[in-house]
Each structure stands twice: as structure tokens, then as C-alpha cells.
Design a protein around this ligand. Structure first.
Ligand code: G4P
Length: 193
């Protein structure tokens, strides 16, 4: 997605060869117009995929996911990383290891919000090792729903998540796939057709 890639080049910063800072428009401050365009780009790709729900993981996945859900005219479901005291019944959980935080958390979903009739588009802001995505997939499938596709706003293609999801048979789209980055430069893979 050209608009997104231009924005990453303008406002993103490679903190190292592995970490991309995009907190001025995606992870901390959010650009709603860009998120609307991102949601539209996902919707365009998956318009004919029979999607009934968009699912994401809190927190930074919410903005792009809600825009994709609006564009596809379906509900959006947020998987939680911590459970409040009012969310006790009918929940399903799976352990996810976060490499960036070096800790494990319990990804949680209220099973009422996904059924065997659902075809899900899973959206997240970043795809790195794929631990979060595979955790979300485990919960979606545990709820009896089908993962129709996965969308990442930004994928770090030099980390294994993107290829692991595709190898596991999940159609996966990254709107901007970073091939390489470092001090003062960010390079992208060619856009998929
Ligand atoms: P994985 O799920 O793909 O295996 O990745 P990992 O554990 O390494 O990532 C955990 C968190 O770090 C996720 O957000 C992910 O989006 C984010 N992340 C990974 N690589 C980068 C990067 O290069 N740049 C930025 N900005 N974020 C990255 P999170 O901690 O769950 O945060 P949030 O969604 O609550 O904001």
C-alpha cells in the first residue's frame, strides 16, 4: 500500500535492524485518516472472502481493525491480553509468548462472540514472529470459527511470522512488508498483486 509505505518512510524510524518505531501514526498517536485508508485496503482485498467478523488483539490492532470492519460492514471483536473481573464466564484462553516483552500473557476471548458460522479476518498492527497471530488463531479455531485470512498493517518479512502463517495455509496480506532496515534506511518488499 503506497500511502502507508510513504508514511513509514517519512515518519517511521528504524531503532535497530529489528525494531521499527511508528508511534506517531500507529502505535501511540493514531492517524484516523490513514487508518481509514488501511481499513479500506484490507476490505478491498477480502471483499469476496465471505468475512463475517474482523478480530484483533488489543491495543494497537484496534484502530486498523475497526476501520476494516466498518468497510466490510461486519462486527469487530477484540481479544484481551488481561482479563477484568467482569469477564469471567464463557471465556477461552491461550498462552502467548511476546518476544519484545520477553513474557507470556493469556490471550482471552468471550466465546459468545465467535461461532461455527463465522469466517474471520484477523488483523494486527505488526507481524513479527507470529506468536500473537498464532495465539489468536488458536482461540478463533477453539471457538469453532474459521480463519479466512490474516492481515498485518506492517510485517517484518525478515522475521518468521509472515512465512509461517502462509506455510500453515492462512492467506496472509501485509500492507507494508519490510525487507530490511537499519540506520537511516527502510526497504520494502514489492507489493503483492
Ligand atoms: P509476534 O507476536 O509477532 O511474535 O511479535 P512480538 O511478540 O515480538 O511482538 C509483541 C508486540 O510488539 C506486539 O505489540 C507487536 O505488535 C509489537 N512489535 C513487534 N515488532 C515491532 C516493531 O518492530 N515495531 C513496533 N512498533 N512494534 C513491534 P504489543 O506489545 O502487543 O503492543 P500493543 O498492540 O498493545 O500496542
Amino acid at each position: 500500500m503506497e500511502l502507508l509505505k510513504q508514511r513509514i518512510l517519512r515518519d517511521g524510524r528504524a531503532l535497530s535492524e529489528r525494531v521499527l518505531l511508528v508511534d506517531s501514526f500507529l502505535n501511540h498517536q493514531v492517524d484516523p485518516k490513514l487508518m481509514r485508508a488501511v481499513g479500506g485496503a484490507f476490505a478491498e482485498r477480502f471483499r469476496d472472502a465471505g468475512i463475517t467478523k474482523v478480530v484483533t488483539i488489543e491495543a494497537s490492532g484496534i484502530a486498523p481493525a475497526v476501520m476494516a470492519a466498518e468497510a466490510l460492514d461486519v462486527p469487530m471483536v477484540i481479544m484481551k491480553k488481561s482479563v477484568s473481573s467482569i469477564l469471567r464466564e464463557g471465556i477461552i484462553q491461550t498462552e502467548v509468548f511476546s518476544f519484545t516483552k520477553n513474557q507470556t500473557y493469556l490471550l482471552t476471548l468471550k466465546s459468545d462472540f465467535l461461532t461455527g458460522a463465522d469466517s474471520v479476518l484477523l488483523i494486527d498492527d505488526f507481524l513479527a514472529n507470529g506468536e500473537a497471530a498464532f495465539g489468536a488463531i488458536r482461540l478463533i479455531e477453539k471457538a469453532g470459527a474459521r480463519v479466512a485470512a490474516v492481515g498485518a498493517v506492517i510485517a517484518k518479512a525478515f522475521q518468521p511470522g509472515l512465512s509461517k502463517l502462509r506455510a500453515a495455509g492462512y492467506p496472509t496480506v501485509a500492507l507494508a512488508a519490510v525487507r530490511r532496515m537499519g540506520d537511516g534506511f527502510i526497504e520494502f518488499e514489492e507489493d503483492e498483486k
